[in-house]
Write a protein that binds this ligand. Structure first.
Ligand code: ARG
Length: 459
């Protein structure tokens, strides 16, 4: 059995059960490339400050080059004996280049090393997720452009409320994802700070140059307190909170697509490539993709709770508890990347059913508010107008027709203010066109909003 790197002060070898229980290598090996990146910057700085020789640096660099190939080629000899990614890489490097490998850990601890690795990894994932969000937004913009004038019922309480356009509805999600991207960007600024130099917890006595390492690794700054640098994972929690919100938005959209695909709505069709069948019911077309996206929201929200709970009772500084940050964090990023990528694809294969949406918008007296507004313009106080329209709706309901099907004479019996210009107000198009202020559903506004949004993406 190989000796543990730190086993010098122990008299009995570690129990096999403890080795397995405490190892993080089964999952943290995916940090390998970032661990190497961090070590190379650290080594370069050690050389520049005279703490290792140029020969040492050369040996470390060429050894790391070999390691990188092994990692990428899937042939790195990972070993449980070495506990985690950091010790595995250090041992392999030392096996390849000898003493230079042993010098790499000068002025460093695994505590500041792991915090650095996670930050480097997370920064990379945030950038990928941001790209995936942008693809989703572009797909939404295409739908909004194509359907700026496509009428559908807007709902409150899931009851028909007022006509809106499908494009407007899609732009609502565009807005949510814009804020999600702002949040990620903001989170990234706090992720992108360098813990190295904090060493185990108290800082280091070696004359290192932290700023230089930050510069080499493209960090925006340093973590300014060594205890904090190695112990807090608030940046990971923050990311998970942003992730949970993104998934919440995805989930709401998914829920709507699932409802809208139901024949009772029949508002849209999702292409066959993004639906699945049933093994027993030959007629079925199931919206598995949005359903799974909705479902996966639960696990991401769960990871946020997990990390908050992981952190809540830890005394300063580093505790082994923190090793538990990785699996939820990895799974959160993977779930987001996968979900957003497939969503962006699927949105290109979403086909609104214009007739069904129009019919539904005509069914629930969706222009009743427009009639009330019409009466207000003619001088009636809004509360009275509301009452007048309620009476008219009641009659139309009895006759099982729409407000616009009532004759002018019939409408006039409710208010003498009603004249022959009323029918224009009662049409779906009239209602849409009237909401022509920024943020409103008028086709003109939707087109403008989409155009402006596209420009912000191109920046
Ligand atoms: N595998 C550990 C983690 O993920 C690395 C840091 C270990 N540090 C220590 N002093 N045991 O947190």
């Amino acid at each position: 059995m190989t000796e543990k790197t730190w086993s010098g002060r122990f008299s009995t070898p570690i129990a096999e059960s403890v080795k397995t229980y405490t190892a993080s290598i089964p999952f943290d090996h995916r940090l390998a490339e970032f661990d190497i990146q961090g070590s190379l910057a650290h080594a370069q700085m050690l050389c520049e400050t005279g703490l290792i020789t140029l020969d040492d640096l050369g040996a470390i660099q060429s050894g790391m080059d070999t390691l990188l190939h092994e990692v990428r080629g899937g042939c790195f000899p990972w070993s449980l004996d070495d506990e985690d990614v950091h010790l595995n890489i250090e041992r392999r490097l030392t096996a390849l280049v000898g003493d230079a490998g042993k010098k790499l850990h000068t002025a460093r601890s695994r505590n500041d090393q792991v915090a650095t690795d996670i930050r480097l990894w997370l920064r990379h994932e945030i950038d990928r997720i941001d790209g995936a969000l942008e693809r989703v937004q572009l797909a939404l913009l295409d739908l909004a452009d194509a359907h700026a004038g496509t009428v559908m019922p807007g709902f409150t309480h899931l009851q028909v409320a007022q006509p809106v356009t499908f494009g407007h509805h899609m732009m609502a999600y565009f807005e949510m994802f814009s804020r999600d991207r702002e949040r990620l960007k903001d989170t990234r600024s706090r992720v992108n700070r360098l813990p190295l130099g904090a060493a185990a917890l108290a800082g280091t006595s070696y004359p290192i140059n932290r700023e230089r390492v930050a510069e080499l690794l493209a960090f925006d700054g340093l973590c300014m307190n060594s205890l904090d640098a190695v112990s807090d994972r608030d940046f990971a929690i923050e990311f998970c909170a942003a992730a949970a919100l993104i998934m919440t938005h995805v989930s709401r959209m998914s829920e709507e697509f699932i409802l809208w695909m139901n024949p009772r709505f029949n508002f849209l069709r999702i292409g066959d490539a993004y639906c699945t069948g049933s093994s027993i019911m030959p007629q079925k077309r199931n919206p598995d993709v949005p359903e799974l996206a909705r479902g996966k929201t639960g696990r991401v929200t769960g990871h946020l709770m997990g990390l908050l709970t992981l952190m809540k009772s830890q005394p300063l500084a580093y505790n082994k508890d923190n090793q538990e940050d990785k699996e939820p964090l990895f799974d959160t990023a993977d779930t987001l990347n996968n979900t957003l990528s497939i969503l962006a694809e699927m949105l290109h294969d979403v086909h609104p059913n214009l007739e069904s949406m129009r019919r539904a918008a005509l069914e629930g007296f969706s222009t009743a508010t427009d009639l009330a507004d019409y009466l207000v313009y003619k001088g009636l106080p809004f509360r009275d107008a509301h009452e007048v329209v309620a009476q008219a709706v009641r009659l139309a309901e009895n006759r099982q027709c729409d407000l616009s099907d009532l004759s002018l004479d019939t409408l006039k019996t409710f208010s003498s203010l009603i004249a022959d210009d009323v029918h224009q107000v009662l049409t779906l198009e009239g209602s849409l066109a009237s909401r022509n202020l920024p943020g409103g559903t008028a086709p003109e506004q939707v087109k403008k909003a989409a155009k402006k949004a596209r420009l912000t993406l191109q920046r």
